[in-house]
Design a protein around this ligand. Sequence first.
Ligand code: CIR
Length: 254
Amino acid sequence: MFTNAIVRTPGRSIVEGLSDSKTLGLPNYEQAIIQHQSYIDVLTKCGLDVLVLEPCEEYPDSTFVEDVALITPNCVIITRPGAPSRRGEVHEIEFVLKQKFNNIEAIEAPGTIEGGDIMMVGDHYYIGLSERTNIEGAKQIIQILTKYGMSGSTISLKKVLHLKTGLSYLKENNLVVCGEFIKDSSLGGYNPIEIPEKESYAANCIWVNESVIIPLGYPTTKQRIKNAGYPVIETDVTEFQKLDGGLSCLSLRY
Ligand code: CIR
């Protein structure tokens, strides 16, 4: 059960955010603001109290708050993004989280880790080793999790940006899987909900208090998640997709 979320309103600088997508074009700021508000409305409808942070123009990707911190029931961990242009974002989020939480830990150089590479399954955390998250960062975070009575293990990524680009845990042992993760032996034991490659963007979805929020426009994903027994809520996030951002990265949920 989640009770709270933290989001950051996109700034006008969002058009300068990092992107590997060659075909989708630049995000439209006005549209991004509208979609971001709808995202907040959906989280609110799911029962969350949403803290909306001011835009931070200095960091174009700062609306993707998930990447800069991990909030667990026992501690908060400030990450150290692998993308150099995003590293300063941690000071902005640390300032906010220090006012709300005790037990604040931080990843230190040369470790790098981004929240998109961290998937929570109860008190176990899967850490994706990616271009953004290195082994040193993974070791540090697993050490911190262990210190607070939790655990972690790593999964090496082959193609996708972040672990949760292709994987989402939905509680009750149900795991949304796509692409390179479909045959990953370290993920055996879950009930897989397979997402076809042409809907791969929707593999990043979020369980919030019994409902699953998915991006708008992915009918197969919607049906398969419904078939698994969840009410599905769709929301349009095309402007964030243009920067390789999914639903999960737009909030910290706790
Ligand atoms: C980046 O490349 O860092 C941003 N443009 C997108 C971050 C997406 N974050 C995520 O999936 N957790």
